[in-house]
Design a protein around this ligand. Structure first.
Ligand code: BES
Ligand code: ZN
Ligand code: ZN
Length: 494
């Protein structure tokens, strides 16, 4: 999207459509911005009782002899209930109408609100419009143009200045990372292989300033002794890769945040083969990796003042004569011997090697990991909130603040000592799965064994939010890119 501003309604340019916001009041809808000479036709749906200003509700009006052919009346709901999220949701609804009408150039009247900071309005309006203005049509065949989604390209904000546009432009830089993450999740598992993820990461280092990429191929992974990553990948034609993306945005600071993403490009379950329904969407099991790539891209585009190291252990969990086996014990990078009880609990295995490697080699000030780790997460918390677990209360406070600010909401789950005992193995050092236990927490307890002493760490289990069966609010159907916005916000706080 290309954004610019005009100070007043009179000075606006020609466009396909104008968005006009309204508050809901007891006396009916009230204009949230000056509508000048537009008044007469704009009020028709209101006079007819068809538009009441409810949050996210819209009415389409055709105009005559104006700079636009159409207007969208957009409800913001009650003024005293307004938050940043109100603007995200409402303006996303207006953009959906633009998509339905296939219009590309729009004027947007920005609400005037004494209850809300102008910068917050800019963020909400910008994020809502940007995040829904997305399509993924790479896998469609020769459709004629009519079937393809037409995105909004040009936006003029009316009644604001430079600062407003600057905030929206920052949101746009971040949304670039979100979109790359979504595209990777939506792509075919046969295309988005570990090697492909490595190539995308490498391409980033060619096109983005301050990004460098290092890739360990199978041979290097063997040399390093990442026995768990190797074990998981054994049942696939596609070799594993271990990807490191550095973004050095604060060269004068020594703090560095390592962000690790689970990169299982397809999770068949391995010899513990998944049943049909569970197997279907397992091409999305690299969503953590996609988020990490998205975070690096977003950080580089907005020139974030932080040092980040993105780490992606990538493998396909296939099924084959060469598959790794249940009951066998594998040597991890850390030296800990791991008894594999279930080959479908593969994510924690490759993350364990990545965590241990990062702690030993990358000198992290903090470690964050994101992974579609357990189906139990969807059962316990659903798809509105992500459960996270952390060994550090201070870090958790910041995470909670970022969750609230981005509306990528999170809920901390406990890591009590008592959860450790069931993971003890009789023949090795630790098992990858325990008996009847809270599955999401058990996975995190396993991971914690591979985090170095004293390093603040948080694990996000994004199994419930990485992918949506249907569109909701400003989030499209399928890959969501969940976590890019939250982690960027968090990095700014740390
Ligand atoms: N990738 C799955 C988790 C998952 C399930 C992600 C549904 C997204 C949607 C993970 O590797 C897995 O299979 N976990 C098992 C663990 C179990 C064997 C302890 C699970 O959750 O069933
Ligand atoms: Zn699995
Ligand atoms: Zn998995």
């Amino acid at each position: 999207m290309d954004f610019s501003y005009v100070p007043s309604l009179e000075k606006r340019k020609k466009a396909d459509l104008i968005i006009i916001p309204f508050w809901k009041t007891q006396k009916g809808p009230q204009r949230a911005a000056d509508v000048g000479r537009l008044k007469s036709e704009v009020f028709l749906p209101i006079d007819a009782g068809d538009f009441k200003g409810d949050m996210g509700k819209t009415a389409l009006v055709y105009l005559h002899g104006r700079k636009e052919k159409r207007a969208i009346l957009l409800g913001l709901g009650e003024k005293n209930k307004v938050t940043v999220e109100t603007f995200r949701r409402a303006f996303a609804e207006a953009v959906k109408v633009c998509h339905a009408k296939k219009v590309t150039k729009i004027n947007v009247l920005i609400p005037i609100c004494d209850k809300c900071d102008q910068n917050e309005i800019a963020r909400g309006v910008g994020e809502g419009m940007l995040l829904i203005n997305y399509s993924f049509e790479d896998l469609k065949g020769d459709t004629d143009g009519d079937d393809l989604k037409v995105l909004v390209e040009k936006v003029y904000f009316i009644g604001v200045g430079k600062r407003f546009v600057a905030i929206v432009k920052k949101a746009e830089q971040i949304s670039k990372g979100v979109f790359v993450a979504r595209n990777l999740v939506n792509g075919n598992a046969d295309d988005v292989t570990p090697e492909y993820l490595a190539r995308i990461a490498y391409d980033c280092s060619k096109t983005l300033p301050a990004v460098t990429t290092r890739i360990l191929k199978k041979k290097d992974i063997e040399k390093e002794g990442m026995g768990l990553l190797l074990a998981v990948s054994r049942g696939s034609m596609n070799d594993p890769s271990f990807i490191m993306m550095n973004y050095d945005g604060a060269p004068d600071k020594k703090e560095r945040v390592v962000v690790i993403g689970k990169g299982v490009t397809f999770d068949s379950g391995g010899l513990n083969l998944k049943p049909t329904g569970h197997l279907k969407m397992m091409k999305t099991d690299m969503a953590g990796a996609a988020t990490v790539i998205g975070i690096i891209i977003a950080a580089a585009h907005c020139g974030l003042k932080a040092n980040i190291c993105g780490v992606i252990p990538a493998a396909e969990n296939g099924i084959d004569a060469k598959s790794y086996k249940t009951g066998d014990v594998y040597r991890s990078y850390s030296g800990k011997m791991v008894e594999v009880i279930n080959t479908d609990a593969e994510g924690r295995l490759l993350l364990a090697d990545a965590l241990a490697y990062s702690c030993k080699k990358l000198a992290p000030s903090y470690i964050i990991d994101l992974a579609t780790l357990t189906g139990a997460m969807l059962v316990s918390l659903g798809d509105e909130v992500v459960g996270y677990m952390s060994n550090d209360d201070e870090l958790s406070k910041q995470i909670d603040a970022s969750g609230a600010s981005t509306f990528e909401r999170v809920w901390r789950l406990p890591l009590y000592e008592e959860f450790k005992e069931p993971l003890q193995s009789d023949i090795a050092d630790i098992k990858n799965v325990s008996g009847r236990q809270p599955s999401s927490i058990a996975a995190a307890i396993f991971l914690q064994e591979f985090v170095g002493e004293g390093i603040p760490w948080a694990h996000f289990d994004i199994a419930g939010t990485a992918y949506f069966e249907k569109e909701k609010r400003y989030l499209p159907k399928y890959g969501s890119g969940w976590g890019v916005r939250l982690v960027i916000d968090l990095l700014e706080r740390l």
